[in-house]
Design a protein around this ligand. Structure first.
Ligand SMILES: [Zn+2]
Length: 359
């Protein structure tokens, strides 16, 4: 599949402008200033959890760079032929690359094609943009080939690397890029966006925003995704609490081999389920539960856990989510988080349904 074909899939035919980006105001402001100054060239690295908006920001930047009718606010016009092509993922000067080999890697052939593409002359704007999604999945050979491109920048070319795990991007590449960390977007901002864009009732907007873990892509994706994530998270939680102690490592090992996006999504959903456990433990107030439909699962756990323990377990989950995106010791991190959940329950007298089989 051609790189352009991949872009078509990614941008889903939607105009991509800075005003489409949810959150990340500082990065957007920085990029607008770079565009205004005419010195936007070079290499960028956007990193942060899956679904946080790295791709949307990169496409908005690319569209603004290549639009010949950019507004005074440094925004793509959204109406010209170039902008329409960009929205369809068919702009000749915007290339989107993502892992597509059998092993799920970005290969040296893809980087060679990219180098050839960047060496061609650009259209009306003079700019050529290449976006490399999941740059941490470059093979060593691909990374070395990319390094050459970074060392001999070609005219008005812009490279934007996207990565979930910064530590997995080779230092030599990191050091040649302007790095932007895209942090999870605050829940209150997501709620506002969901209400404004989709006209959701406040309760659904709040639940969706909360369960999206600060990732607009997930919040906008719909309730089906939310239901699936909660189901997976509840499954993980129950397994971690139910299984004999020696089984916890087996669970962590399985999660270690799963896709980072999936682990991150499930962990962030677990955080919001456990948040309800903690809310129940402190207040016993059903109106404070976000996952009110799961109250029959969550309240009995909250009933058995001391409030202080519930909060430490919540902190452990929050820490685990941060650590799985930043480090590679996912298995160790998850072991630790799950043991903290178990100890929150075990400290109390009497068995909890969920923990009935724990050793
Ligand atoms: Zn335009």
């Amino acid at each position: 599949m051609s790189a352009k074909g991949q872009a078509a899939r990614k941008s889903e035919g939607r105009p991509v402008r800075f005003s489409d980006v949810v959150g990340h105001a500082r990065a957007v402001a920085w990029l607008r200033r770079a565009l205004a100054s005419g010195r936007a060239g070079g290499a960028y690295l956007f990193y942060g959890p899956p679904g946080v908006g790295k791709g949307t920001l990169a496409l908005a930047f690319a569209a603004a760079l290549t639009c010949p009718h950019r507004t005074d606010e440094q925004e793509a016009c959204g109406r010209c032929g170039g902008c329409r092509a960009a929205a369809r993922g068919q702009h000749p000067d915007i290339t989107w690359i993502e892992p597509h080999s059998e092993a799920g890697n970005v290969t040296i052939e893809q980087i060679r094609d990219l180098r050839a593409h960047l060496s061609l002359s650009a259209g009306a704007s003079g700019w050529k943009v290449a976006i490399i999604d999941r740059a941490e999945r470059m093979t060593l050979q691909a990374a070395n080939a990319l390094l050459k491109t970074l060392e001999e920048p070609a005219g008005q070319a812009v490279l934007v690397l996207l990565a979930g795990e910064l530590a997995l991007v080779p230092e030599t590449i990191q050091s040649r890029c302007l790095r932007f960390y895209l942090a999870p977007v605050p829940v209150s901002d997501l709620v506002r966006e969901l209400e404004a864009r989709l006209g959701l009732p406040p309760e659904e907007a709040r639940a969706r925003a909360a369960l999206a873990g600060g990732c607009p892509g997930r919040a906008l994706a719909g309730m089906e995704g939310v239901t699936a994530r909660r189901k997976a998270a509840l499954g993980w939680m129950q397994e971690a609490l139910d299984a004999p102690a020696r089984e916890v490592d087996r669970l962590a090992k399985a999660a270690d081999q799963a896709d980072l996006a999936q682990v991150d999504e499930t962990l962030s959903a677990m955080i919001w389920l456990w948040r309800d456990v903690a809310a129940w433990s402190w207040t016993k107030r059903p109106d404070l539960m976000i996952n009110s439909d799961l109250r029959d699962h969550l309240a009995p756990i909250g009933q058995k856990v001391a409030p202080e323990k519930a909060v430490s377990a919540l902190e452990a989950l929050l820490g685990a989510r941060r650590m799985v995106s930043e480090y590679t010791s996912r298995r160790l991190t998850l072991n630790w988080a799950w043991m903290t959940l178990r100890s929150a329950l075990k400290a109390e007298k009497g068995p909890v349904t969920l923990a009935a089989r724990s050793g």
